[in-house]
Ligand binder design. Structure first.
Ligand SMILES: [Zn+2]
Length: 368
């Protein structure tokens, strides 16, 4: 058994585990809130911790350009900079570079050249630089630079992305890292069975500390995405953590947990909060709606968050419609708590051997 990760219980393919990092242990499955620019937008780190968040995501691309990873290194690393002493995972910047497609100047086998979104100046990411930036940030988990093609890309281009992602991972594997930093590989290949399998086998041969499924949840058919997740997860070694990149809707979380995924992240709970939407057991509520104008009920019956304990839907609707900062904050608090509770409940159910009924009951409530 590895020192990094232990599986403590399974139910079908779903697993409950413990991941050990330089800044503490993480109980899995775990939802990871996104703190793109060194902050979970609108929240104090103590609030994030009180929500039950165990690990945050930081963003290599954004922190590279503002305020700069060397500056953060000089100030003692990202944990100290943002006053978060629990684990941090940093992505490699690959997803950002390749999703900002219009800014890409050139992709070649050595790396990718692009114009950064802050001042448009030319920049280049290579696997070695992705490692160096993440070493400067001193995150607990660093990700490999990958090439993330669009969901509708041609097979030839998808094959190129798979080949480069492996080649880049091979190089990044030898690059220096921060002390105690774990490094995860990322598989690509979209929903193409042959390419996804090839990518997975090539990445597994490199023996990273954990394995991520990338390049899904980017607009492909959802049923096909879950089907792919099912069989890809089964290929991943049981004694290492498995990370599905970029899923955060309640149904999606339950599906990937069932497939045997341990970690997942998404901007959905924080981003939807800022547009006035709440994740609830009645489905997604748009608080801007007039039907809540006189609604004296809590946002989500049975939720234990500060927002639900204190405020009415009528008041939240008012804040959201006036674009009050407090509205963004209160919905962010609730949305994160909602997903963390859903995930914690899944973990308990896995340990108790009742995950199938937990998932079925949750889905019935979410889609009445
Ligand atoms: Zn709540």
């Amino acid at each position: 058994m590895s020192d990094t990760f232990s599986v403590l219980g399974t139910d079908g393919n779903a697993r409950a585990g413990l991941l050990r990092t330089a800044h503490g242990e993480i109980r899995t499955p775990v939802f990871m809130p996104v703190g793109t620019k060194g902050t979970v937008k609108t929240l104090h780190p103590d609030e994030v911790r009180d929500l039950g968040a165990q690990i945050l995501l930081g963003n290599t691309y954004h922190l590279r350009f503002r305020p700069g990873d060397e500056l953060i290194a000089g100030l003692g690393g990202l944990h100290r900079f943002m006053a978060w002493d629990a684990p941090i995972l940093t992505d490699s910047g690959g997803f950002q570079v390749f999703s900002l497609r219009d800014t890409i100047a050139k992709v070649d086998d050595d790396g990718v050249t692009f114009n950064n979104v802050y001042d448009g100046s030319a920049a280049r990411f290579t696997p070695e630089l992705a490692a160096q930036i993440q070493a400067n940030l001193a995150s607990d988990i660093a990700m490999c630079l990958d090439q993330v093609p669009a969901a509708d890309v041609s097979r030839r281009k998808l094959e190129d992305a798979v080949r480069r992602t492996t080649e880049w991972a091979r190089r990044q594997r030898h690059a220096p890292r921060a002390e105690g930093q774990l490094r995860f590989g990322i598989t690509q290949g979209g929903v193409d069975p042959e390419l996804r399998r090839r990518s997975t086998e090539e990445l597994l041969a490199l023996e990273f500390d954990g394995n991520a499924i990338g390049g899904l949840a980017i607009g492909e058919d959802r049923a096909l995405m879950f089907e792919t997740t099912d069989w890809v997860t089964a290929l991943l070694p049981a004694d290492k953590p498995r990370y599905f990149m970029g899923i955060g809707d309640p149904e999606g979380i339950l599906e990937v947990i069932e497939a045997g995924v341990d970690m997942f992240d998404c901007v959905l709970p924080t981003r939807t909060a800022r547009t006035g939407s709440a994740l609830t057991w009645e489905g997604r509520l748009n608080l801007r709606n007039a039907q809540y104008a006189r609604d004296q009920g809590p946002l989500d019956e049975g939720c234990d968050c500060q927002t639900c304990a204190t405020f009415t839907r009528a008041y939240l609707r008012h804040l959201v419609n006036q674009n009050e900062l407090l509205g963004h904050r209160l919905l962010t608090l609730h949305n994160l708590r909602f997903l963390i509770r859903l995930t914690d409940g899944a973990r308990e159910a896995i340990i108790g051997g009742t995950f199938t009924s937990y998932k079925r009951t949750a889905l019935e409530r979410l889609r009445p």
